[in-house]
Design a protein around this ligand. Structure first.
Ligand code: SF4
Length: 456
């Protein structure tokens, strides 16, 4: 073999990163959604099914051994979990279908985000793993990106894209409220276990509702069903149990939402006497729209200074598109919370624009740097100002944005006098975990007895 031929053999082809990672039509495919927050995943899948897409939420953590086998240990924990989830699912489908198994029948959903952290690399890394396994090079990875605010164009008929996006966003907010309902009732439940069973049953009820009423955007009918659920939920609360210290939770979106990955942290905090409010998923979606709008405004101003009229026109269009999307999302989210949250005392959400102002006040970080630290740092400050009794930051071990959050926020929390706890996770059980949580809750109790708590 000539030297030239040997050289060309060493060249790795990244063709598959373009051809089998991206936005694909979901027609006649099964759309596989990894489980992050259980309720959100199921309501989103139900909404997609309403639009005629065969969407399915995959089991999670059953294939963690496979996830570890095909990663080196240096990847973020969510990457290991989701790698295991898709490999496990594919193995099971192969066993179930035998010769009829065809990886081309599925689209595996793995979104990405641009910016300084590693989330943009999960789908590329998983592509390389899938390509190394028999047949799985034919499994496409459907990827939406924060670059265009998770646009859904291309995956369904163009005239239905806007409806699907709006119904999906609605499902995300309703799922946030169902989660918050769980955390609102469970610490005060009349009998142990009734809240979990009730929320599980309510989630399935809402799946049917979204499948039926999501495509027609019959939002009032969906909210009627949620109102009925909240009324039933109120009955599960024992009025004799006094209010408990209120704990705010922020951090990396996957870890703080994925119950198995964070070793059921909210339940542990409840066991030691807390009531918890976790940051929402809609907040992240609003942030991606806000950030795109912010970028478009910056680019527009720059083009104006340079008198580049073509570029000005392009960025102006983006400002209108992202601006109206953000306006719609915040308007819709507010409407939902206005109607539902006060019925049982569910905490509202922070507006992203307000969080940027809080960040600027303290001048400790900037939206220019991006990542979830933009939400977590001011989110913690807001929790402290609103009268929460403690804040927990949840994240994968070595997560860059959350480590930045931790380093910036710790001295600020000392000044504010609010108990604060970092809880990094990988698959191991840290020996001092329970002791750290117990100590944190003891401090939160002290704060609660001295200052009372925010009424939600
Ligand atoms: S946010 Fe953290 S865990 Fe998630 S990809 Fe980035 S570095 Fe990894």
């Amino acid at each position: 073999m000539t030297g030239r031929a040997m050289e060309s053999k060493k060249v790795v082809s990244f063709k598959s990163l373009n051809k089998t990672v991206g936005r694909f039509s979901l027609k006649e495919r099964t759309f596989l959604i990894p489980q992050m927050n259980r309720i959100g995943g199921h309501l989103l899948a139900a909404t997609f099914r309403g639009f005629g897409i065969h969407a399915k939420v995959m089991d999670t953590c059953r294939g963690l051994d496979l996830g570890k086998e095909f990663t080196s240990g240096k990847e973020c924990y969510p990457c290991q979990i989701t790698t295991g989830d898709i490999l496990h699912f594919m193995n099971k489908e192969k066993q179930r279908l035998g010769d009829a198994f065809d990886p081309d029948r599925y689209i595996y959903f793995m979104p990405e985000s641009s910016g300084p952290c590693r989330f943009g690399m999960y789908n590329k890394y998983q592509r390389i793993i899938l390509d190394s396994l028999p047949d799985l090079h034919r499994l496409k990875i459907g990827s939406l990106t924060t670059d265009d605010g998770y646009s859904l164009s291309g995956i369904i008929d163009s005239q239905r894209v806007s409806d699907l996006r709006r119904a999906s966003y609605f499902s995300v907010v309703v799922a946030d409220i169902l989660d918050r309902l769980l955390w609102r009732i469970r610490p005060y439940e009349k009998e142990p276990g009734i809240t979990d069973a009730f929320i599980e049953e309510s989630m399935h009820r809402m799946e049917d509702i979204f499948e039926k009423h999501g495509p027609g955007k019959e939002f009032d009918r969906i909210l009627d069903a949620m109102e009925a659920i909240i009324e039933e939920g109120r009955e599960l609360i024992d009025p004799g149990i006094p209010p408990k210290p209120l704990i705010g939770m922020v951090g990396e979106i996957y870890l703080r939402s994925h119950v198995q990955a964070n070793q059921d942290l909210i339940r542990v905090l409840e066991r030691y006497g807390g009531e918890v409010v976790n940051a929402s998923i809609a907040e992240w979606m609003n942030y991606t729209s806000y950030d795109r709008l912010r970028d478009a405004k910056i680019s527009f101003r720059l083009s104006m200074k340079q008198l580049r009229f073509g570029s000005m026109k392009k960025h102006l269009k983006k400002i209108v598109d992202f601006g109206s999307e953000l306006y719609y999302q915040e308007f819709r989210q507010k409407k939902i919370y206005d109607r539902l949250a006060s019925r049982i005392g569910i905490a509202g959400d922070h507006k992203v624009g307000h969080l940027e102002k809080v960040l600027k006040e303290n001048d400790v970080f900037s939206f220019d740097a991006g990542t979830e630290a933009c939400l977590s740092i001011p989110g913690i400050v807001e929790y402290a100002r609103e009268g929460f009794n403690g804040v927990v930051n949840v994240y994968p071990f070595t997560c860059m944005p959350s480590t930045i959050t931790s380093s910036i926020i710790k001295p600020m929390m000392n000044q504010l006098g609010i108990p604060y706890l970092d809880t990094p996770y990988d698959e191991s059980i840290q020996p001092g975990r329970e002791a750290a949580i117990r100590t944190f809750m003891y401090q939160a109790y002290q704060h609660f007895s001295q200052h009372g708590r925010k009424a939600v």
